[in-house]
Ligand binder design. Structure first.
Ligand code: G3I
Length: 340
């Protein structure tokens, strides 16, 4: 079982949705048997908890929290602030108004789960994907409304005050790419220099089939090299079975041809390459004590966001196939004797 194999190193998690654990589904059985952590794929984000100012809907976040707790499974909170899931009410008014609303939201959410959620992605994807302009910060709705990156400080400070024992993370993607990583680390170093309460760095690791695990492990090592004792979480791992060019992500053109709707149509060589990448990642995480949590972004291929990003196309990026059967990648990370 996945959770036992890595029990001495880190919890192994999956991103899930309330529907997967709301009844006696096959998903619920696999999650309880194999995983020791969960992340709410979308139901602990502000657009779900607080779509309108002054009222909260805890129904879905509570259901996930209660199930995980009843099954001895850790919960990574995700995410208190993300430009893509920020209801408009957060961003109206002066920076002082925005700060007050943000800190009240963070206080209310983190307090509700204090002592139960052990780590939060406090801010998600605040680093820019390119240089110039507002770099190293993303030129997001938050940056534009506040005028600088101060909103990041505000979120961390409120989270620390609400639950001093909770580990507070910054989270982003493409940290395996040196240029993005440099901007990410610039933000992190600045937060540390100013005493902003930051405990760890999240690396999403949304990878493609041509990925080299060494690039992802270099991101862990770069955080360690800061010498700040920060933890590293691999927060959203998936390995697309495709290798798409930049224009596919930028505009949906020249994307790799789909293997179709049947998992069996994916060549065995592709599943083997995917298994090699997963094994390389997990072996590297085990060798790095600063890695204290590893999460794959979904239980099975059928639920993956990559079935609709960057284009609508069947993808098979996870450890279990759409029929909830373990794939070569699962065997590669649970059985050292498994020959890929
Ligand atoms: O399940 C409901 C369905 O019942 C309803 O009919 C439908 C239409 O309203 O919505 C469905 O929920 C959607 C959910 O995905 C499940 O498909 C939500 O609207 C949709 O917002 C949600 O998108 C999630 C997205 O974050 C935004 O929260 C994706 O699942 C999730 O994979 C994605 O995850 C992000 C990470 O948080 C940050 N890193 C990137 C990653 C991928 O974008």
């Amino acid at each position: 079982m996945l959770r036992e194999v890595y029990a001495a190193h880190f919890p192994v998690g999956a991103a899930i949705q309330r529907s997967q654990i709301a009844s006696a589904t096959p998903d619920r059985a696999i999650l309880a048997a194999q995983f020791s952590s969960i992340t709410a794929e979308y139901e602990m984000k502000p657009d779900i908890i607080a779509p309108t100012q002054g009222s909260y809907d805890w129904s879905r976040s509570d259901a996930l929290m209660d199930w995980a707790e009843a099954n001895g499974i850790a919960v990574r909170g995700h995410a208190l602030l993300w430009h893509q899931t920020t209801p408009a009410w957060f961003l109206s008014g002066s920076p002082a108004d925005i700060r007050a609303k943000l800190q009240q939201y963070v206080t209310d959410v983190v307090s509700r789960y204090a002592g139960r959620i052990h780590a939060w992605d406090v801010v998600n994807e605040v680093a820019s994907d390119s240089g110039g302009g507002t770099a190293p910060y993303r030129d997001s709705n938050w940056y534009q409304a506040v005028g600088n990156g101060d909103y990041i400080d505000w979120a961390f400070e409120a989270a620390r005050a609400a639950d001093p024992a909770c580990k507070l993370f910054i989270n982003d993607y493409n940290t395996e790419l040196p240029a993005k990583r440099a901007r990410y680390l610039e933000i992190i170093a600045d937060l540390l220099a100013r005493g902003v309460p930051l405990d760890g760095v999240g690396h999403q690791f949304h990878l493609q089939i041509n990925a080299d695990p060494a690039d992802s492990l270099a991101a862990i090592d770069a955080v360690d090299a800061l010498g700040a004792g920060l933890e590293n979480h691999a927060t959203e791992i998936d390995v697309s079975v495709y290798s798409d060019p930049g224009e596919c992500f930028a505009g949906g053109v020249n994307c790799a041809a789909s293997y179709g709707s049947q998992a069996a149509n994916v060549p065995a060589s592709v599943y083997a390459a995917q298994a090699q990448i997963y094994r390389g990642l997990f072996d590297g995480f085990v060798q790095r004590p600063s890695v204290t949590s590893v999460t794959v972004w979904g239980l099975h291929d059928g639920q993956s966001w990559l079935n609709s990003f960057p284009v609508s196309r069947n993808n098979y990026p996870l450890l279990f196939d759409p029929d909830r059967q373990p794939k070569p990648a699962f065997h590669a990370v649970t059985d050292p004797a498994y020959v890929i």
